[in-house]
Design a binder for this molecule. Structure first.
Ligand SMILES: O=C(O)CCC(=O)C(=O)O
Length: 224
């Protein structure tokens, strides 16, 4: 749904805001096209292997920095060794605009310089367990964009992965921002809602989620 009523930010917790219908259909289509290109390479999209032997059900491709449990590197140390695609300047602009709109503050994007994005693709069975985004050396907000099938997004507390939490339905085009006191809240995706995607986005099945982040990292000589 698009229109003024759909664009009212809803604060889920202090610093955590859901803004439905933020991306236009055209923006969603062009993000889907860009993600399809990034999924092919230079580092192909993959199921991330976890240190204890598990494999994540989502498939992930990264921009700017490559995330593997539990660090960022410039090269895909667990996926062929290639250097990840550049984090595009237009995506940094999108991240700044997201903060302005979510926090309803024209200055909210000032000084926000994201340098990575994790792009997750969920098929109809994929889920993401409760976790904190804490491999960044920065407490700058995380900007999350959703396209395709809706999902149940579980937004919890900063102490542990259990209740209290709030379940939010994220639909195609929705923005979710978490920063400030909610930056290190546990969150996850217990369920994708199959059959809810609008094929007009170019994604007729499954769900795409893009999180735009500030790593707070610098390239050091000899960095991977
Ligand atoms: O798919 C989502 O909405 C959340 C993604 C997420 O939690 C993450 O990438 O850390």
């Amino acid at each position: 749904m698009f229109g003024p009523a759909a664009r009212t930010p809803r604060e889920i917790a202090p610093g955590a805001v859901h803004l439905p219908g933020w991306l236009t259909p055209e923006q969603q289509r062009s993000l889907v096209e860009a993600c399809r290109r990034w999924a092919v390479g230079p580092v192909p999209i993959r199921h991330t292997r976890l240190p204890r032997g598990g494999v994540m059900s989502v498939r992930t491709v990264c921009l700017g920095w490559h995330w593997s449990p539990y660090r960022y590197t410039r090269t895909a140390v667990d996926a062929g060794g290639g250097r990840v695609a550049e984090f595009p300047g237009w995506m940094a602009d999108l991240g700044r605009r997201a903060l302005v709109d979510a926090y309803r503050d024209p200055a909210a994007g000032d000084g926000y310089t994201p340098d990575t994005a994790l792009i997750n693709f969920y098929d109809e069975q994929a889920t993401l367990g409760m976790h904190q985004d804490r491999d960044e050396r920065s407490d700058a907000p995380v900007v999350s964009l959703s396209i395709g099938d809706s999902c149940v997004f579980r937004f919890g507390n900063t102490e542990h992965r259990n209740r209290p939490w709030t379940d939010v339905e994220l639909a195609s085009g929705d923005l979710f921002v978490f920063g400030g006191p909610s930056r290190f809240a546990y969150h996850g995706v217990p369920r994708v809602l199959p059959g809810t995607a609008d094929p007009a986005t170019g994604l007729s099945r499954g769900r795409l989620n893009i999180t735009i982040r500030v790593t707070g990292l610098d390239d050091a000589p000899g960095a991977e």
